[in-house]
Design a protein around this ligand. Structure first.
Ligand code: SF4
Length: 388
């Protein structure tokens, strides 16, 4: 086992995160957490994860649900393609794997919304299979630890990082570790593990000993994978990494050569396009008019407010408007553009005839808040319900 993996495992046992709700869960729960954690912070994900698992306790329950129900429980997490893919994947698991979450890497990788790193994380954490992960946090750790320059989005750099990620895995041959953990904790003979003993919780020595002496990779790959994630999230952070507490500081190229601040190489920032639109809050009593977006694309499958892009006619001919108020404008940032939104509240004298058009619905505002709606719509509805 490399010094890197041994040190990380020992560190994780003592200092890593052990109370995440999906830890120790089955492949379904690990998969769910991995998809939710793409683009989203742990603290934001936890309440969504808990609610989701309560409503959809297993893959069959998820497959049996409608897309509308899945998106309603995803509402607020953003990047809704993840929720739609999750639902498609659950149905695929039911039809192709008899409702049992697949165990083979290739089968997991074939699920919609699952990439190489996500498939590897599921294999390592749920099935203790030896696979390397390489998410954004791990890329940062490896570029620094190995001193790799070049934007990580560049294919050749990414390929190099995959090779490194594979080579740093615990090797699975039950190697002897050439360190004494008790000494390590007293930072005497463990070259890269120089934490003061006071940093360790009770039983730390015992737990670290366990991690280093039980060198069965089948047990350790999950801990190692979690260690990499924890390290990227809590120690080797984008700004102000805590190198003084890092278990691999002694061998970290960036630290040893004073290049921590310059690695990973920042990507060239593109100018983000900006668009403008009006969101219409068309109300009749406590009911609001919502329109369903098409199945793919931005906010696909979600209920949205009627949107008018610049230059578009705002009002429908059948609307008799009693009152209209322009609410404060705000900006919503998507991955590829910024949308400057001007919300306009229109109170109709009466509902238009015909009341319903294809793809649109009048919904009580409170019901709308529980429906599959994107965050900016939720924020506007909350303002309405609080009287603004
Ligand atoms: Fe990251 Fe600092 Fe550790 Fe190097 S020493 S891996 S830069 S936390």
């Amino acid at each position: 086992m490399s010094g890197f993996s041994a040190n990380l495992i020992a560190w994780q046992r003592c200092h890593g995160r052990h109370d995440l709700p999906w830890q120790g869960g089955d492949a379904y729960r690990v998969w769910l957490s991995e998809i939710m954690l793409q683009q989203t912070q742990v603290a934001t994900v936890i309440p969504y994860y808990r609610r989701f698992v309560e409503f959809f306790p297993d893959v069959v329950a998820l497959a049996d649900a409608s897309e509308e129900q899945v998106l309603a429980h995803w509402s607020g997490l953003g990047y809704y393609a993840r929720g739609r893919n999750l639902h498609r994947a659950a149905r695929m698991i039911v039809t192709q794997h008899a409702g049992k979450f697949p165990e083979q890497f290739e089968h997991i990788l074939a699920l919609p919304g699952v990439g190489r790193s996500t498939a590897a994380a599921i294999c390592a954490q749920a099935y203790h299979q030896r696979h390397a992960i390489l998410d954004g946090n791990v890329k940062r750790v490896l570029t620094r630890y190995c001193g790799i320059a070049g934007a990580t989005a560049v294919k050749s750099v990414e390929n190099q990082l995959w090779l490194l990620a594979e080579s740093l895995l615990p090797n699975g041959h039950g190697d002897e570790v050439d360190v004494d953990v008790d000494d390590a904790i007293c930072h005497a003979s463990f070259p890269h593990y120089a934490l003061p003993i006071s940093n360790f919780p009770p039983q730390a020595g015992e737990r670290a000993n366990e991690s280093l002496r039980e060198l069965d990779v089948n047990c350790e790959i999950a801990t190692y994978t979690q260690a990499l994630m924890d390290m990227g999230a809590t120690l080797c952070t984008r700004t102000r990494p805590k190198c003084a507490s890092c278990p691999v500081q002694g061998a970290c190229v960036a630290y040893q050569t004073g290049r921590v601040a310059e690695l990973p190489t920042p990507k060239v920032r593109k100018v983000v396009p900006e668009r403008r639109a009006t969101f219409l809050l068309v109300m009749s009593g406590r009911e609001i008019l919502l329109e369903k977006r098409g199945p793919s694309g931005l906010w696909g499958g979600l209920w949205c407010l009627p949107q008018r892009d610049e230059g578009e006619h705002e009002y429908e001919p059948g609307w008799t408007i009693g009152e209209q108020i322009t609410l404060p404008a705000f900006t919503h940032v998507f991955t590829h553009f910024k949308l400057h939104i001007t919300p306009r509240l229109l109170r109709l004298v009466h509902k238009p005839c015909p009341m319903q058009q294809a793809g649109s619905v009048w919904m009580d505002v409170d019901d709308a808040l529980n429906a599959a709606i994107p965050t900016p719509v939720r924020q506007l509805l909350e303002k309405i319900t609080t009287g603004i």
